[in-house]
Design a protein around this ligand. Structure first.
Ligand SMILES: NC(=O)c1ccc[n+]([C@@H]2O[C@H](COP(=O)([O-])OP(=O)(O)OC[C@H]3O[C@@H](n4cnc5c(N)ncnc54)[C@H](O)[C@@H]3O)[C@@H](O)[C@H]2O)c1
Length: 500
């Protein structure tokens, strides 16, 4: 059954307001659009109509449907015409005082049964609602940019939001072709909270001197399957947008180290290295030279190879690959004098393996076996690894045409620490009852475009393995950032799915 709501007020005709107006009018709602700046709502309407014209040209919308949608999208002058609305969505400037002032004005204009929704990304829905006569009718309705393409919306319950408002928003979202996910009013809601892991861990790796940005990006794209590397993503979003979000979520969680932003980002923001929009970010978009992942600087290792046994499954994966690469794999419990030594740390690094197993540091490298070794491999060297040996190992592990990246000692390589962090933050989100496990994974897949949601990913990697990585990371670095969520710990202990 269609919801009875047919008249939607949209306040703020910027990037978000016009997108919301577009999908709602297209889906059959009557939309009343207004903006504080003269002419802004009319400009937005013109842009939306032009967008419908492009959809008609591409055959994605019929000319009749476009004309009908156009007839439903009305520009109104000021707030009084919103008296006719069943729902008003605000998409004005991200400022608490401005939003509270707007909602107080709307209180005196709209009907008592009209639902008031805010598209805020970072402000508290509860705080916005607190200034209104009836906080039960105020909820968050958080869309993503560009609205017509990002087919997920967070329906956010403030402390006093009533079920009627939430049900109405979820029903409408579905009718507009968007997947509604329910979130409690907490810093970053679901998507911006879950997204902290990827970029903050990448910035931590840069700070640690693990590898350059191109190498980190290549590993996470090729080996882990992200569409964009974290630094490509930061350049696309712009540090002027993403760094304040990182800081805001960190501060709202009272400086929880899980969300700690990076001084590197703060400094680059101060320098104006925003990303694509300023022509220069972690990469250059002004014609300047860009780094690429380094290639092996030596011929491939041809001698025998010995693989450490500390992680039996990982060692088996390493041996299988080495057989395929055509080198002789030694079978003994200790390496011979002439062997390249390969260790497979989980959450730890090469130095720790050398010290723990009494190995020859000069000829020891690490191989990350967490993910399939088919698209890109990651090798790690310690400060004591002979550079010539490391280069020969890199050439050996890329001899079949699959690139191998060489990084410096990093507890948990690149992929392990990044994926473990993403899974851990996802677990913490559901532990804190921000949302259901299913809504978390759906929100992350649709809102962040990750290959899998954090909980499905954790299940695929194995909760026990993710826990082992985090525990080793915490011990190795002493950083509480890596402390495992109890959601993860308990499910690993009980052999349960992270989605249960
Ligand atoms: N841009 C994004 O990626 C994104 C994503 C999700 C949520 N949001 C949130 O959506 C909201 C709008 O963001 P945007 O990117 O569309 O901003 P924008 O700057 O593109 O548009 C804001 C519009 O609101 C108008 N406005 C400002 N104050 C007003 C008022 N008091 N009354 C009426 N109109 C007013 C401005 O004239 C402007 O046209 C913000 O709360 C933002 O945090 C933005």
């Amino acid at each position: 059954m269609r919801s009875p709501t047919t008249t939607l007020g949209v306040v703020g005709a910027g990037a978000m307001g016009r997108g919301i107006a577009q999908i709602a009018a297209q889906a059959g709602c009557r939309v009343l659009l207004c903006d504080v700046r003269d002419g802004a709502a009319a400009e937005a309407r013109t842009a939306v109509v032009a967008q419908w014209g492009r959809l008609v040209e591409k055959g994605r919308l019929s000319a009749e449907a476009a004309a009908a949608a156009g007839g439903r999208l009305e520009v109104v002058d000021g707030l009084p015409p919103l008296a006719a609305a069943d729902l008003v969505v605000e998409a004005i400037v991200e400022n608490l005082d401005a939003k509270r002032a707007l909602f107080r004005q709307l209180d005196d204009i709209v009907r008592p049964d009209c639902v008031l929704a805010t598209n805020t990304s970072s402000l508290s829905v509860t705080a916005i609602a607190a200034g209104t006569a009836d906080p039960a009718r105020v909820a968050g309705f958080h869309f993503f940019n560009p609205v017509p393409l990002m087919k997920v919306v967070e329906v956010v319950a403030g402390a006093l939001t009533g079920d009627r408002a939430l049900e109405l928003l979820a029903t409408l979202a579905g009718e507009w072709g968007h997947a509604p996910v329910r979130a409690a009013d907490t810093p970053g809601f679901i998507v911006n909270h879950a997204g902290r892991g990827y970029v903050t861990e990448a910035l931590a790796m840069l700070r640690d001197g693990v590898a350059d940005v191109a190498t980190i990006d290549a590993i996470l794209r090729d080996a882990a399957g992200f569409k964009l590397g974290p630094f490509e993503l930061l350049d696309l979003t712009g540090l002027d947008v993403s760094h304040p979000v990182m800081e805001s979520i960190y501060r709202q969680y009272y400086d929880d180290p899980r969300y700690r932003p990076s001084p590197i980002a703060a400094q680059r923001l101060a320098a104006g290295l925003l990303g694509r929009k300023s022509g220069r970010g972690f990469y250059r978009y002004d014609g300047g030279a860009n780094p690429a992942p380094a290639l092996p600087a030596a011929p491939a290792w041809t001698g025998p190879v010995w693989v450490g046994n500390a992680q039996p499954d990982a060692a088996d994966a390493a041996r299988a690959l080495l057989h395929k690469l055509g080198v002789r794999v030694e079978g003994g419990i200790r390496p011979s004098e002439s062997a390249l030594i390969v260790v497979t740390p989980l959450g730890s690094d090469v130095s720790a393996c050398v010290a723990g197993e009494g190995l020859d540091a000069l000829r020891t490298v690490g191989l990350d076996t967490l993910l399939p070794l088919a698209r890109r491999r990651t090798l790690m060297r310690s400060p004591a690894t002979d550079p010539a040996v490391a280069a020969q190992a890199q050439a050996l592990f890329s001899a079949d045409g699959v690139p191998a990246s060489l990084i410096d000692d990093s507890a948990g390589f690149v992929a392990q620490r990044t994926l473990a962090t993403i899974v851990n933050i996802g677990c913490e989100i559901v532990q804190q009852r921000v949302c259901s496990p299913a809504d978390l994974d759906r929100a992350v897949e649709l809102g962040l475009g990750y290959p899998q949601g954090p909980l499905a990913w954790g299940d695929a990697l194995g909760a026990g393995r993710v826990l082992a990585i985090l525990r080793a990371l915490q011990v190795r670095t002493g950083d509480m950032r890596y402390r495992p969520s109890l959601w993860l710990v308990r499910r690993a202990e009980l052999g349960m799915s992270l989605r249960d």
